[in-house]
Design a binder for this molecule. Structure first.
Ligand SMILES: Nc1ncnc2c1ncn2[C@@H]1O[C@H](COP(=O)(O)OP(=O)(O)OP(=O)(O)O)[C@@H](O)[C@H]1O
Ligand SMILES: [Mg+2]
Length: 351
């Protein structure tokens, strides 16, 4: 379709063929009652200040719409963006000292990011999320397949490239869990929306300690429940090749299950954490000090062995947490508890 054809198409016809274009018109402030007008009539009716406030130019509206449709069609028909590697090119720490690193990450790599509070772990994840090009406080640069990112990735594809579970999450919309998940599934162009909503919801309920329903308003979810919902959403729906996770341990969800879910696909996972179990899950950990990557530690074989042992202790600890949650007493024999921590099979594995 040429730009001219596009201009003379009634919006309602366009939406029948390209339902996602509604987002474009909604952004411009189209009232839902005006869909019978043509694209041109609608564009002409827009206030100049309104267009400028959105950072747009009147004469370019049509080509922007055209690009948007082409981009969305590509996303719809294409698979998730394939990515061979991301490269993190060092910037500087808070004192301006250079990091002098270049770190290449490939699908399947799980890298933990550790460091004291305030050292810059979230900053590092944010640098990856925005595909920094020396334009953030750290001055880092992120390359995709060895190249600076293509601009089209910022124009709507980035949501697909990076999925982030951030430290602070607030829902701003007052909708039910069902509506929230439906909106997400729609925006990611899922074919069977009901199936996706059911799958994400049941996964989230498994992860969250306390049950909730599809009709619960998202603003009424507890911190743990909303985190569980977002983890399930990213794990089940997102095709992003890069997943960023910021301090999952404070989320009040089953963190091991959550992580298993997230890393089961071949993704590049960056995980900021203070938790030894999660830190050891990565093949490497980046040590952040004073805003800079101060060290890169490869997880050793003995640490992996330790991790298996710690995991069985952690499982027993989860049982204790559940008992506390359910208001039960913790009357038990510590020696028996410790002996139970390792099943005979696990004891065999460790010897
Ligand atoms: N290289 C850097 N140069 C300048 N400022 C930085 C740098 N790295 C981090 N900062 C700033 O330092 C502050 C603390 O960083 P950040 O929030 O990333 O810490 P954190 O390790 O995630 O802490 P927490 O464990 O509490 O979550 C932020 O304001 C961040 O922008
Ligand atoms: Mg942080």
């Amino acid at each position: 379709m040429t730009d001219l054809d596009l201009l003379h198409t009634p919006i309602s016809d366009l939406l029948l063929k390209h339902p996602y274009a509604k987002d474009f018109f909604t952004l411009l402030g189209l009232p839902s009652t005006s869909c019978h007008t043509t694209v041109k009539v609608f564009f002409d009716s827009l206030d100049q200040d309104h267009i400028e406030n959105l950072g747009l130019v009147r004469d370019e509206l049509c080509s922007r719409l055209h690009d948007f449709i082409v981009q969305m069609e590509k996303l719809k028909t294409g698979k998730a963006p394939t990515l061979q590697s991301i490269t993190l090119c060092g910037g500087r720490n808070k004192d301006g000292h250079p990091e002098n690193i270049s770190l290449e990450l490939r699908p399947g790599d799980v890298v933990s990011v550790v460091g004291p509070t305030g050292s810059g772990k979230s900053r590092l994840l944010a640098d990856v999320e925005c595909l920094a090009q020396g334009d953030t406080p750290s001055g880092r640069r992120v390359l995709l397949d060895g190249q600076p990112p293509d601009e089209s990735l910022w124009l709507g594809g980035e949501q697909r490239l990076v999925a982030q579970l951030s430290q602070n999450m607030n829902f701003v919309m007052d909708v039910s869990v069902r509506e929230f998940l439906t909106l997400h599934a729609e925006s990611r162009l899922v074919d069977d929306i009901d199936a996706a909503v059911t799958q994400i919801f049941s996964t989230a309920v498994l992860l969250a300690g306390e049950p909730f329903t599809l009709d619960t308003p998202v603003t009424a979810l507890s911190g743990g429940q909303s985190r569980a919902l977002m983890i399930a959403d990213v794990a089940c729906l997102s095709a992003s090749p890069i997943v960023l996770i910021d301090e999952i341990e404070n989320a009040g969800v089953d963190r091991r299950q959550a992580l298993d879910l997230l890393v089961k696909q071949e993704k590049i996972v960056l995980l900021a954490t203070h938790d030894p179990l999660l830190a050891l899950l990565g093949q490497r950990r980046l040590v952040i000090r004073n805003g800079g990557i101060a060290d890169i530690i490869d997880t050793s074989d003995s640490e992996r062995t330790l991790l298996r042992k710690l995991n069985s202790f952690d499982r027993k600890f989860s049982e204790l947490r559940d008992r506390v949650r359910h208001g039960q007493r913790l009357d038990f024999d510590l020696d028996v508890f410790l002996a139970e921590c390792l099943s005979p099979a696990e004891q065999g594995q460790l010897e």
